[in-house]
Structures are given as structure tokens and as C-alpha cells.
Write a protein that binds this ligand. Sequence first.
Ligand SMILES: *Cc1c(COP(=O)(O)O)cnc(C)c1O
Length: 506
Amino acid sequence: MSLAQSDQERLCMMNPLDHEEFRRQGHMIIDFIANYYRDIEKYPVRSQVEPRYLHKRIPENAPYNPEPIETILQDVQNHIVPGLTHWLSPYHFAYYPANASIAASLGEILCTGFNVDGFNWMASPAATELENIVMDWLGKMLELPESFLFLGNGGGVIQGTTGDAVLCTVIAARDQLLNRIGRENIVKLVVYGSDQTHCSLHKAAKIAGIHPNNVRSVKTTKSMAFALSPDSLRSEIISDMEAGLIPLYLCATVGTTSSGAVDPVGPLCDVAADYGIWVHIDAAYAGSACICPEFRHFIDGVECANSFSFNPHKWLLTNLDCCCLWVKDPSALVNAFSTDSEYLKNTATDSKQVVDYKDWQVPLTRRFRAIKLWLVLRSYGVVNLRNYLRRHVEMAKHFEGLIAMDKRFEVVVPRKFSLVCFRISPSARVNGCSADDEESTANELNCKLLKSLNDSGRVCMTHAIVGGIYMIRFCIGQPLTDYRHIEMAWKVVQEYTDAMLGTYLK
Ligand SMILES: *Cc1c(COP(=O)(O)O)cnc(C)c1O
């Protein structure tokens, strides 16, 4: 039996890296994404699909025969796009942002186009050296002390996420200490954060073999704007030491996930120094703002910390994923993560002139993320990156101004960056209820309001519960967001509140 001509053509595989075909299909994908950005406001911000919606639409098995890109892109439009929550929508105010930009998208294409695996210097010298260079550039933009830069014998590495950065530094700190006092003491090690510290610390402690009873979440209070108090930290440490435990690691946060609180870095480092504790500063979101002189003071004291990280993939126009981690003592990372494999040896490392980034992270393989960051820094320059961040903070102030004009609402915690935490205030209820019930009634109302906002698809926001208060988080940080989107979002909030409360107290 002979195959028809068209079947034969189909079965004869085109080279998967044919350059002309790459050009043709690549242009189609760029057009597709350009149209997506053009039309993004048309889509409901939060996906409105039901669980397992996609299983009903996609075949149970992979296709045996190849399919053309045209058909696949049709399916992306028809079946994938409805299941997306549109993080790049100008009406996406949920979580913290996940930024994208032309420069970073194109940098990502270069990264994936070259597809080098720069685990050590020899495996692609440009990948390692460009990473060294951009990490020093960015470190200088943040005015990190030279001790964190390669030029000062520290150094920076690009990790995937803050979770990776926290894990790597917990393990580096653990091994550095245990090598001195004996591995058997691992059961006595204690790590510290506040009740606002990101759960990355708990995950890292788990993986690092810290005893589950030895992870401290020091209580914060509304009166201290949910920042970690150095005095509270010190008393926890003292009582742990009296119990025969050994303090290991403190994760201080600049811009907490729930409410944007800032732990006082300098004073916390002073406490930690008294007990030889490794201090890591997690500035995942707010770190970007610290490239502006007027926000830099939030990381004052960083010179006394051991490590510092933030995510350009949140608020610095760099597509996922990109977390920048600096350490003062790279050998602490290298001692914890290096392995001695003959097949990875290279003379450049032996010369001590270069670093092998495989020893600064958990996996061996690593993407050429530095080229993406390099394109961002060069395409926008420090000046436009600063203006980008400032504009979001200005828009957040504008949003606060809108809230202030409607007596039914209040801003719950002082705003520092572009995150506004607000709620319908307990005094705005329709029918009077006892003072005891005021807070819980407010919590229910705000929960209901948020649900209707997100169900509408017109805006997307998320919530936090801090100190027993349910608050709606409104975080501005998307490149497409402009003043008109902020004003529209506020109108939507008021509309749904009117429907819930009547126009009482408006
Ligand atoms: C977002 C966030 C994280 C988690 O970042 P990943 O890169 O997703 O691991 C950690 N800490 C803080 C303060 C955050 O806001």
C-alpha cells in the first residue's frame, strides 16, 4: 500500500531548527502576542472557567501526526486564553505583579534561542561573565555595599525565585555553622522570622532539616505596622538559648507579602550580630523601588546583613523568572553546594578567576537569565526604571485619595510603596450591630465584596488577613496600568459596595 503524496510530506519531518521555518512561525507568535496585548482589556481579568474545563476540550492523547502551528495557535486562542488569569491586564491588582516588557521578552527569546547551559564558566563564558556584570550593575543601582559585589569579594547570582534564594542561604548558613560546631547539633538550630514572613522560610527550613519546632514566627502588631520588633526578636533568641537551642538564621522582610510592612533592617542586624545569626533580607517586591534614592532608606542597614534578594520579575520589568541574590561570603554557598565531578572540571575554575554558578544553586543546569536582565537595564536605563516605579507609587497615592473621599472605606495600614490595603470600615454597616460584632461583620462584608469584584471579571484583587483584619490588597505594578484604570477600578469597587450596602453614608 502506498501513501498519498500529502501523507508522505507530512511524515517527512522538517528539521526542528530550520531557520526559515523558525522565522515564519516566530513572526506568527510575535503577532499573536502583540494582538493579545492590544486586546487584553477585553478579557475577564480573573479566569472564569470551572475546574477541569480544559480536560473537556483537549484530546486524551498526544497527536500521532504533526499539526500545523496555525491550528495550534487557534487552540491557544480558543481554549488556553479563557483559562488564563490575565496578569498583564491593566486591571490586575492582585498579589504582587509579575512584570513583563518588550526588552525582557526579547531577552528571554535570546536566552531560549541560544539555549546554552552555563553551569560553569567553560560551558558558556558569556553567560557567567554577563551575570557577574549585571549583578554588580544592579547591586550598585541599589547602593549595596561593595562587600556584596564581585568587585568587593562578595557576589550575586540569578536564581529562579525568592524561594530558591531563601533555601540556598538557609543551607549555606546551616553548613557554615555545623561545620564549626558539629553536624549532630542540627536538631538545636533555630530560624527566625515574623508572623508576616513569607512561607518560603518555612519551606526552606523544612528542606534544610531544621526541626519543625524550631521555626519562630515572632508576633507583630498593628501598632508597629506589622514590622518585626528587634526587642521581640531578642527575647525569643534569649529564651531559645536558655532552652539550649542555637540561633541560626533570620529572614527580615522589606515589603511583606500581606501588607507591605518593612522590618527595621539595621536594628534587626544589630540584634542578630550579638548572637552570630545569618541575616537574609527578603525584598522580593519592594527591592525594585530601592533603586530610587527616595526609597533606598528602606534597606538602610543592609551592609550588616549576610545576604539580600529581590525579584526583578515582580516589579522591575523582567519577565518570569528572575530573582537576584547577593551574598557577602560566596564561599558559604560554594561549600554547601559544590560537588566534585570529574566530567565538570575545567581549568578556568582552578585559576580562581571565575565562578562556577552551579555551586551557587540547587540544580546543575541553569538558563542564561542574565541576558534578559541586561536587555532590561540597557533598554530602559536607570532613569526610566526609576520613573516607572515612581509612577506606580504616585498612582497608589491617587487611589488612596479616592478612598479618602468615600467615608465607607478606610486604608488599613500605612502605604509605603504601590500596595494599598483597604476595606469597608466597620462603621459602614447597613444595620447597627454590637461593637463586638463590628469587626467580624466588616470581615464578612469585605470578603463578599472581593468575591463579587473578582467574579465580575472587570478587576482582579486579592486579600490578606493581618491582625484579624480582612483587607483587600490593591497592588499597582503592571506596565499597561494608567490613571484611567485606577479610576475605573475604584468605580467598580464603589458600584459593588453600593449594591451591597445601599448608598448609606456615601
Ligand atoms: C512574592 C514574595 C516571595 C515569593 O517569591 P517567589 O519568587 O515566588 O519565591 C517571597 N517573599 C516575599 C516578601 C514576597 O512578596
